[in-house]
Design a protein around this ligand. Structure first.
Ligand SMILES: [Zn+2]
Ligand SMILES: [Zn+2]
Ligand SMILES: [Zn+2]
Length: 277
């Protein structure tokens, strides 16, 4: 499977409108961060996107997304959902299912009420089927397991993504597994088994300083290490640090903790993560 970080930025994106800070003015392309989203493409052509933020259209064109089997949502904050209408051109032939938790599906129906009203018909709106997901979703050879997480007081979802194959629970399975958890401030006790036995973790963290509803860099790194990661990327990053500075923070963390060959670092827009995971 191919895993592409479509967007690695926090809610306002980087550069921030009206900001002239060194990160917002950075010439490093990795410091331009669109809103957080992940694209997964299976070997048999399965295509899934996690979250449709405000830049979904631009991200989809860049990544060459020509079809989608499903949209998965982490939660319904604007930076994760408000590009949803742009899946419209992919729904001309068939409706696309949108999977999320109960709270998010209720919120989606309210936020996009025009989609479900009879008053507007035709090509002016996307054809979507909102579905509450509680167990694992299988699409072709890929499986997506929702991981309940806390985002401040909000109950949101992370996603455990696995390519089906032999050796359930084995190291081989872990090497085929990616855990995506953005906008997280705490992992409930019952969700820890769902984030362990995965080779790669992509975890949201917005800055060095603690935040009420998001991990700091250190909390995200700590979570990845506790989950037994082999390779971890930070996403949902603010304009408080450059890509290079975060790389340095990760390097120091790895050295201080004696983490050997575990790879830790910031993601960037367009980053393609290849197997083994
Ligand atoms: Zn967010
Ligand atoms: Zn700035
Ligand atoms: Zn959020």
């Amino acid at each position: 499977m191919r895993v592409i970080v479509l967007g690695s930025g926090t809610s306002h994106g980087v550069p921030v409108i009206g900001c002239g800070c060194p990160v917002c003015k950075s010439p490093d392309p990795r410091d331009t961060r669109t809103r957080a989203s992940l694209y997964i493409q299976g070997e048999s052509g399965e295509r899934v996107v996690i979250d449709t933020g405000p830049e979904f259209r631009i991200q989809a064109l860049k990544a060459g997304i020509g079809d989608l089997d499903a949209v998965l949502l982490t939660h319904t904050h604007a930076d994760h959902l408000h590009g949803l209408d742009d899946i419209r051109s992919l729904t001309w032939d068939k409706p696309i299912p949108v999977y999320a938790n109960e709270q998010s599906i209720a919120e989606l129906k309210e936020r996009f009420s025009y989609i479900f009203k009879e008053t507007q018909t035709g090509g002016g709106k996307p054809r979507i089927t909102p579905l509450v997901l509680t167990g694992t979703l299988n699409i072709g050879a890929l499986s997506f397991t929702p991981v309940p997480l806390k985002h401040g007081i909000l109950d949101i979802l992370g996603w455990r993504i696995t390519e089906t194959g032999p050796g359930v629970g084995s190291a081989a399975e872990a090497a085929r597994t990616v855990v995506y958890m953005t906008d997280t401030s705490a992992v409930p006790e019952t969700s820890w088994p769902l984030i362990r036995r995965a080779g790669t973790h992509i975890i949201g963290a917005i800055r060095v300083k603690p935040h009420e509803t998001h991990f700091s860099f250190e909390q995200a790194l700590e979570t990845a290490v506790l989950a037994g990661t082999r390779r971890m990327f930070i996403t949902h990053i603010s304009h408080n640090s450059t890509h290079r500075q975060i790389g340095e923070i990760c390097r120091k963390f790895r050295e201080t903790r004696n983490l050997g060959d575990i790879a830790l670092g910031p993601a960037w827009d367009g980053l393609e993560i290849s197997a083994p995971y």
